[in-house]
Design a protein around this ligand. Structure first.
Ligand SMILES: Nc1ncnc2c1ncn2[C@@H]1O[C@H](COP(=O)(O)OP(=O)(O)OP(=O)(O)O)[C@@H](O)[C@H]1O
Ligand SMILES: [Mg+2]
Length: 764
C-alpha cells in the first residue's frame, strides 16, 4: 500500500525533510533547487553523514571539485570516501532494492537535481522507505516516502558506503595459509569445479567398463545389438566429457584470473604501505625480485596444485571401482604409488636446502640486473661496464651451478621411481595375465583391459601428488621470500586512523631526540623550537647536521623519536598519516618525475585539479616561461628520469607539483642547490610569493637564499645552535657568522647578497 508520504507514521515528527515542505510538496532534499551551491552542500553533507555512521569524519576541505557550483560527480565522491579509508561504490538500485533495505548503514541517494538524501531503512510490507534530509539535525527522525514521490526526484543513482572490508585479511601476515584463505573465498567457483570434476570422473570410468563389456560380451558372444547400444553410450559420454571439460577449463581460467588480480592488488598495496625506511635499507633490485616471486606462487596454486587436487577427486571415485574389478591388482597399484611417494619424501630435505640456495642465488643475480639498469647513468659515465659485467658473470655462474646441482639431485628420485611407475602401467598387465593363466577366478580378459585403462588414471594422481610435495618446497621458499618483504611492519594500518585537523601551519618541536635505526649517534638531540603559522623558517648547518632529518620527522617518515612534534598543537602521532602528508608540499634536491606529460606530472593524479591550476602553479614556481617554450607546452611528454629537461627545469616542475594543491606547509630541502644561479634567482624571487599564506621551511646551504626568512634555525651535530632572523644571527652566532662570511666574503655581514656571490661559491 502506498503510504501518504507527507504524513509519516512517525508520530513525533510530522515534519518531513528540511524546510517543512516534507515530501508532499516536492523534491526530496533542499527546496531551493535553483541555488546550486545549496544543492552541492546537501550532497556533500549526505556523504559526510554516511561516513560518520562508520566513525569517520570527512573533512569538507579534502573534497576537490572544479567549481563551487558544479554538482559533485559520484566518482569524485567515491574517491573522497576511499581516501578516507572507507569502502565506497557508486551504483544504480531499483525501488524494490530500496524497500528491502534493512537498517544497516545508510545509503546515499543521489537525486537528479544534484542534491542527495540518506536512505535509512526500507519497509517492504508497506512499500515505503525512510529517508533523512542530510541537512536535518542528527536527532531528527527520518521521513517515510513512497515510490511515486521518490522516483520524481531519484533516477536510481546511489552511493554505497561501508567500512573497508577485508581489512583484517589485508593486515594478516602473508603466508601460505593466507593464500589458501584467499583461494577459499572463491567458494562458488570452487564448488562448481568440484561438481564438474566428480562428473568428469564418473564419465571417465564409463568407457573402460564398456570396453570390458565389449570384450566379454560382444567379441566373445558375437552380440551386435549390445555393440550398437555401447556405441551410443560411448558417443553420449564423449559429448558430455567434451562439454564438461570445456566448462571446467573456463572455471579454472576465471579462478586464476581472479586470484591473480587480488594478489597483484594486495601486493602493491602492501608494498606502498611499507615505510620509507624499508626502501632505504633494502636495494630496489632485491625488493623487486623478491616481490615478483609471487608469480610462481600463483602459478603453483592455480596450476599444479589445482590439477592435483582435482585428480584427487577422480582418485576417490576410481579406487572403489578398481577394487570391484580386482582387489589384488588394486593393491599392487597402491603399493607402487606408495613406493614412489616414499622415494620422493626421502629426497625432500636435501632438495629443500638446495632450492633455498637456488632462490637466493637467483635473487642476487636479479638484483645486479635491476641495480645496473637503475644506475645506468653512473655506470656509463664512470665506465663501470666491465666491473658490472664481472659481477653479473659471477652471479650467473653461481645461479647456474646451483640450478645444475639441484637438478641433478632431483634426477635421483625421478630415476628411482620410474621403474615403479612403469610397473604400475605395464607390470600389472603381466600379473593379471599370470592370474588368468593360473586360473584365479577374480580376473577375466575384459576386466584386465579395463583395469589397465583405469589403473593408469589412478597411479598418475598418486604419483603427481608425490611430486607436488617437491614443488611445494619451492613454493614455500617463495612464500617466505615474498613474506620477507610484505610482512614488514607497515607505516600505518588502515588509512582511516587518526585525526584530520584543518591545519593552520604552526609547528613546534619540543625535546625531540631521534636516532636512525642501526645508527649509534642520535641524528637529532633535544631539539626544541617553534615556527608560527604562516612564517618562513630557514634551516642551515653543516652537511650531516640533521637538517633533512628535521623535515623527515615532520612528515612522519621516521616516527621513533622521543619528545613531541606538534602541528597547531596536535601531536603528530595522533594525526592521520595520509592527511598529514597531503597537507605538505615537499621539494627535494632530486625529484622524480613520472612518465607522462608535463601537465600530468604537475597534477600527479590528484583529483579535481584542472589546467588552470597547473598554469597557476607553474607561474608561481617560475616554470611557466620554459613550459610554454617546450614543443607541446603543457602536453610535452616527459620520459622516465626526464632526460629532456634540464636540472633547473625539473626543479621548477617539482615546485609547481608541490604547490598546486595549495599545501599549508611547504618544505624545500636543498630545492635550489642543484640549480644554476639564474634558475636559482628565478625560484628565489618567487619564494616570497610561494610563502604567502603558508608555513614554509627552507633548508639550504646557501645562506643568501635565507636572509629573508622570518627566522633561521642553525643546527650543528643534531643540536639547535641558535634561532633568529638573519640580522640577529650574524651578530650573536659565531657559527652562523662564520658560514655567512665563508659564502659572502666580499660583502659586509649586514648586507644582502646579489646573484654574484652565489656564482662564485660552489658548495656541494
Ligand atoms: N636513512 C638514514 N639512515 C641512517 N642514518 C642516516 C639516514 N639519513 C641520515 N642519516 C644520518 O643522520 C645524520 C643527519 O643527516 P641529515 O640527512 O639530516 O643531514 P643534513 O643536515 O640534511 O645533511 P646534508 O646537508 O648533507 O643534506 C647524518 O649523520 C647521517 O649520516
Ligand atoms: Mg639533507
Amino acid at each position: 500500500m502506498a503510504e501518504q508520504s507527507g504524513d509519516p507514521t512517525s508520530p513525533d515528527h510530522p515534519d518531513g525533510l528540511a524546510g517543512g515542505g516534507g515530501l508532499a510538496t516536492g523534491p526530496i532534499g533542499p527546496e531551493t533547487v535553483g541555488d546550486d551551491t545549496d544543492v552541492v552542500e546537501t550532497r556533500l553533507r549526505a556523504v559526510i553523514a554516511a561516513a560518520r555512521h562508520h566513525g569517520i569524519d570527512l573533512d569538507r576541505h579534502d573534497f576537490r571539485q572544479a567549481a563551487a557550483d558544479t554538482v559533485p560527480a559520484p566518482a569524485a565522491l567515491v574517491e573522497w570516501l576511499r581516501n578516507a579509508g572507507l569502502w565506497a561504490k557508486a551504483t544504480r538500485l531499483r525501488w524494490r532494492d530500496l524497500v528491502k533495505f534493512t537498517n544497516a548503514a545508510p545509503v546515499v541517494l543521489l537525486f537528479r537535481d544534484g542534491s542527495a538524501g540518506l536512505l535509512i531503512q526500507g519497509e517492504a510490507k508497506r512499500d515505503i522507505v525512510w529517508i533523512k534530509d542530510p541537512r536535518a539535525a542528527a536527532a531528527d527522525p527520518p521521513v517515510a516516502v513512497d515510490r511515486l514521490r521518490l522516483e520524481q526526484v531519484w533516477g536510481g543513482e546511489v552511493l554505497l558506503v561501508r567500512r573497508a572490508r577485508g581489512a583484517e585479511q589485508e593486515d594478516s601476515p602473508f603466508t601460505l595459509g593466507w593464500l589458501m584463505r584467499l583461494v577459499l573465498t572463491e567458494r562458488p567457483i570452487l564448488r562448481n569445479l568440484g561438481f564438474s570434476s566428480v562428473a568428469l570422473s564418473f564419465l571417465s570410468i564409463v568407457p573402460p567398463l564398456l570396453v570390458m563389456v565389449v570384450i566379454n560380451q560382444v567379441v566373445v558372444h558375437r552380440n551386435m545389438s549390445t555393440l550398437t547400444m555401447i556405441t551410443m553410450i560411448l558417443l553420449i559420454a564423449v559429448v558430455f566429457e567434451t562439454l564438461l571439460s570445456f566448462a571446467r577449463r573456463e572455471l579454472v581460467l576465471v579462478l586464476s584470473a581472479r586470484i591473480d588480480t587480488v594478489l597483484n592488488l594486495h601486493v602493491f598495496n602492501r608494498l606502498l604501505a611499507l615505510p620509507l625506511d624499508f626502501f632505504e635499507r633494502n636495494q630496489a633490485g632485491k625488493t623487486t625480485y623478491e616481490v615478483s616471486q609471487i608469480m610462481y606462487i600463483r602459478e603453483f596454486i592455480t596450476g599444479r596444485m589445482m590439477t592435483t587436487l582435482l585428480d584427487l577427486v577422480t582418485l576417490l571415485i576410481m579406487v572403489p571401482v578398481l577394487f570391484m574389478i580386482s582387489a589384488t591388482l588394486t593393491w599392487f597399484v597402491i603399493a607402487g604409488s606408495v613406493v614412489v611417494a616414499l622415494v620422493i619424501a626421502a629426497f625432500l630435505p636435501a632438495l629443500r636446502v638446495l632450492t633455498g640456495k637456488v632462490i637466493q642465488a637467483e635473487s642476487a643475480k636479479g638484483s645486479v640486473m635491476v641495480e645496473t639498469v637503475y644506475g645506468i647513468r653512473t655506470v656509463k659515465s664512470l665506465a663501470l661496464e666491465q666491473s658490472r659485467k664481472d659481477l653479473w658473470d659471477e652471479r650467473v655462474a653461481d645461479a647456474a651451478t646451483l640450478r645444475l646441482k639441484s637438478g641433478r639431485l632431483a634426477r635421483w628420485p625421478m630415476a628411482i621411481s620410474l621403474p615403479v611407475e612403469r610397473f604400475i602401467e605395464r607390470g600389472i598387465l603381466l600379473i593379471g595375465a599370470y592370474m588368468i593363466l593360473t586360473g584365479a577366478s577374480e580376473v577375466d580378459v575384459g576386466a584386465l583391459i579395463a583395469f589397465m585403462l583405469l589403473g593408469a588414471r589412478v597411479a598418475q594422481p598418486l604419483i603427481s601428488m608425490a611430486h607436488l610435495a617437491e614443488e611445494f618446497e619451492q613454493v614455500n621458499a617463495s612464500v617466505a621470500i615474498v613474506g620477507n618483504v610484505l610482512n614488514q611492519p607497515p607505516e600505518t594500518r588502515g588509512a582511516d586512523r587518526g585525526l584530520r585537523p584543518r591545519f593552520e601551519g604552526a609547528i613546534s618541536f619540543s625535546d625531540v631526540t631521534f636516532t636512525y635505526p642501526l645508527s649509534r649517534q642520535p641524528a637529532l638531540e633535544d631539539l626544541t623550537f617553534e615556527v608560527p603559522a604562516g612564517s618562513t623558517l630557514g634551516v642551515v648547518g653543516r652537511s650531516g647536521s640533521g637538517k633533512s632529518t628535521v623535515t623527515r620527522l615532520l612528515q612522519a617518515i621516521n616516527r621513533d623519536y622521543t619528545g613531541f612534534i606538534k602541528i597547531d598543537g596536535v601531536d603528530l602521532r595522533e594525526i592521520n598519516l595520509t592527511h598529514l602528508r597531503r597537507s605538505f608540499g615537499v621539494v627535494l634536491q632530486d625529484n622524480f618525475l613520472f612518465r607522462g606529460s608535463v601537465r600530468d606530472n604537475i597534477i600527479a593524479n590528484r583529483p579535481g585539479l584542472t589546467l588552470d591550476d597547473v598554469v597557476r602553479a607553474s607561474r608561481m614556481a617560475g616554470a611557466e616561461e620554459f613550459i610554454e617554450r617546450l614543443p607541446q607546452g603543457y602536453d610535452t611528454w616527459i620520459e622516465e628520469g626526464s632526460p629532456n629537461l634540464s636540472g633547473g627545469q625539473k626543479q621548477r616542475l617539482a615546485i609547481a607539483r608541490a604547490i598546486i594543491s595549495d599545501p599549508r606547509i611547504l618544505i624545500l630541502d636543498e630545492a635550489t642547490s642543484a640549480l644554476d644561479p639564474e634558475s636559482e634567482a628565478l625560484v628565489n624571487a618567487n619564494l616570497a610569493r610561494l610563502a604567502k599564506g603558508r608555513t614554509m621551511i627552507v633548508v639550504s646551504h646557501r645562506l643568501s637564499s635565507l636572509v629573508d626568512c622570518d627566522a633561521i634555525l642553525v643546527l650543528d651535530r643534531g643540536k639547535v645552535v641558535d634561532l633568529g632572523p638573519h640580522k640577529a644571527l650574524v651578530e650573536r652566532s659565531s657559527i652562523y657568522r662564520q658560514l655567512w662570511l665563508q659564502q659572502n666574503r666580499h660583502l659586509d655581514p649586514q648586507g644582502r647578497s646579489a646573484p654574484g656571490p652565489i656564482l662564485a661559491q660552489g658548495d656541494d
